[in-house]
Structure formats: C-alpha cells, structure tokens
Write a protein that binds this ligand. Structure first.
Ligand code: PSU
Ligand code: MN
Length: 335
C-alpha cells in the first residue's frame, strides 16, 4: 500500500515537474522542492512576500519574523512559499541561507524592492530583491498558488489624485487569480480612494471579521465600509474557487482586522502615522516614488518607539494563520 501510494505520488510529481520544467518560466524561476511536491500532490500552499524582510523590518527581527510566518502556515496544514529574487533567480520558496541573504544588511551588495516593473531588469542584472505584493502576486499566480498572506497592501497615496502615486499592487490584483490576505491598508494611504480604485478595477474586497468595516492596519476601524464580510475560511475559499470556475483572472482582497489585544496601541500609532506623513511632505520623500512607503514605515517605527513593529508582527502572524486556513479549505474544494 505504502509502495503504491509512493509510486502514485512520484508519478504525479514527475508529470507535474515535466510540465513545469518544459515551461519557459522555469528558465528564470526555481520552485523549492517542498513547494513543487506540495503543488504536484495538491496540498495547500500559502505565498509570503519579502519586501517586509528587505524594506519593512530591521535585522534580525525580519529574519525571525519570516521564519515564524512559515511555521504558522505549517501549523495550519499548509506549506509556506516565501518568494524573493536571489542573484537574478526568482525563488518560490527560499532556503534559510537565501532568506538570511535578503534579511541581513551586512551581507555585501544591495537588495532591491521589486514590483512588477522591476522584475525583468532585476533578473537580467542578477540582482537580489524583496518582492512587493505586486511581484509576489505575479509569481504566486505563475506557480498556481491560490493564497498569499501579508501585512499591508499598497494603495493610493495621500494626495495621489495629483501625484498619481498609486501602488502597482492594486492593478496586479486584477491580473492574478490569488486571494490576498492583509490587514487592509495603512492610513499612510488614502483609504477611501484605494477602495474606490479597487472597485473600479473590479477586485472583490471582503472584510474578514465580524463587520463590514475595512480595517486600517494598526486599527480595526477606518471609517470605510466594504460590501462583503465573512469570518469563515470555507466561504473565503469558495469566493476564490467561484472566480476560478468562472475563469475570472482577478484576485480578491481579504481584509483582516488586527487582533483585539493590539487595538488600544493603534490610537497612539495613528499619531505617529500622521506625523510621519506630514514630515514626508515637508522633506520631499513623498515625491520619491518607491522610497516613500519604506521611509514612512521606518519613521512610524521610530516615532512610536517600536510599538508599530510589535503590532505589525502580531497582525502578520494572524494573517499567516488565516491564509493557511483558507488555503486548506480551497484545496478541499479543488479536489
Ligand atoms: N504596506 C505596509 N507594509 C509593507 C508594504 C506596504 O504596511 O511592507 C510593502 C508591501 O510589500 C507592498 C509595498 O506591496 O510595500 C508597496 O509599496 P509601494 O507603495 O511603493 O507600491
Ligand atoms: Mn508608489
């Protein structure tokens, strides 16, 4: 019996791997053997991003956090696939040494923040990179991963109606059939316009909690309502599965409020957010494109004396667990 099962698994794996190895993207993209096996044998997989490692958290918190997100995903029965770029190779699933390479600023050479527009130059120039939500969505979709868990999605920046600083993350949700689990967007952004933009793009936004209030990352309340809410991983999985049955190419955003224990800290952090945004307008960082978000995140950490980082870790860990639960339910439907 054992032998027969193993043989069947090997057969499936080799068929899947053959398809994968013949595809053109295999020339630039490596799927970690554990992730490849999970995809071939239809186990649930959750994608994780690395901009939070390279541009979101200081070392060694970033390295430890990434490991803890992977363990939390595992504890739900799903396999984690942390995505990043190592010397021009796109990695779906990173080895510990590769993760350390992206996390540790003392390693030689720079590590770039990779959104859609940076992918082909980074690959061609053998760069190291942390993938934003947009790039992570692209690679997750290429590999056939259905769920991606992170902290905050990018969006329309404050003043975006004149600066046109709108994260590529939003557009990408129209192109990748992946469920993105985040705690909404930070109030460094214009939350109302971000939701309007997602509506225009036709991306379903579902609050994953007791109410239809869209969460504002550090706080569960943004003052904006979304049309749908659920607290059930199987309903969330069903939303993704329905889109796949209809052949829809877009993803969906599941917006999870920060755990209750961190609600109170949110009000103080909000002051830091407002001050950081005001500073960025005075010192001109708000007009420096991709530097704006990492600068604001770092400044909020300084102004809140690390409290924002503690909350950020808590919500990321919560989202990794929920991502795992949704992926497990999705796989049941897809069987
Ligand atoms: N917002 C956060 N934390 C983050 C990011 C956004 O609260 O770490 C990162 C994500 O990787 C996101 C990217 O995809 O920043 C968006 O950057 P930009 O605003 O430059 O598109
Ligand atoms: Mn931008």
């Amino acid at each position: 019996m054992l032998f027969r099962n193993t043989k069947r698994a090997l057969h499936k794996l080799s068929k899947f791997s053959r398809g994968y190895l013949n595809s053109s993207f295999a020339r630039v993209l490596d799927v970690h053997p554990e992730v490849l096996d999970a995809l071939a044998s239809k186990k649930p997989v959750v994608a994780l991003e690395t901009t939070l490692v390279t541009h979101g958290f200081p070392y060694p918190t970033n390295f430890e956090l990434s490991n803890s997100l992977e363990s939390i995903v595992r504890s739900t029965g799903a396999i984690p696939a942390t995505i990043g770029i190592i010397e021009g190779r796109i990695k779906i699933g990173l080895e510990k040494a590769e993760l350390e390479r992206l996390a540790n600023p003392e390693k030689p050479g720079s590590v770039v923040k990779i959104s859609r527009r940076d992918i082909s130059p980074a690959v061609s120039m053998k760069a190291f990179g942390g993938t934003t939500c947009s790039a992570t969505l692209i690679f997750a979709a290429l590999a056939g991963i259905k769920v991606f868990a992170t902290g905050g999605l990018g969006g329309v920046h404050r003043g975006g109606e004149s600066s046109m600083d709108i994260s590529a993350d939003l557009q990408e949700l129209t192109r990748c059939p992946v469920g993105l689990v985040s705690s909404g967007v930070k109030s460094i952004l214009d939350i109302g316009r971000t939701l309007e933009y997602l509506e225009t793009l036709g991306v379903p936004v579902i609050s994953y909690g007791p109410s239809k209030e869209f969460p504002a990352f550090f706080t569960p309340r943004s003052g904006f309502q979304v049309p749908w809410n659920t607290e059930s991983p199987s309903v969330a999985a069903n939303i993704l599965y329905t889109q796949s049955q209809l052949g829809m190419q877009n993803g969906a955003l599941f917006a999870v409020p920060i755990p209750e224990a961190y609600e109170a800290a949110g009000a103080d952090i909000q002051l830091a957010v407002d001050r950081a945004v005001a500073e960025s307008e005075v010192n001109g960082i708000s007009k420096r494109g991709k530097e704006a978000t990492p600068w604001l995140l770092n400044r909020i950490g300084e102004l809140s004396m690390g409290s924002s980082l503690v909350s950020n870790v808590a919500l990321l860990e919560n989202n990794a667990r929920i991502g795992g639960e949704i992926a497990v339910e999705y796989q049941k439907l897809a069987e």
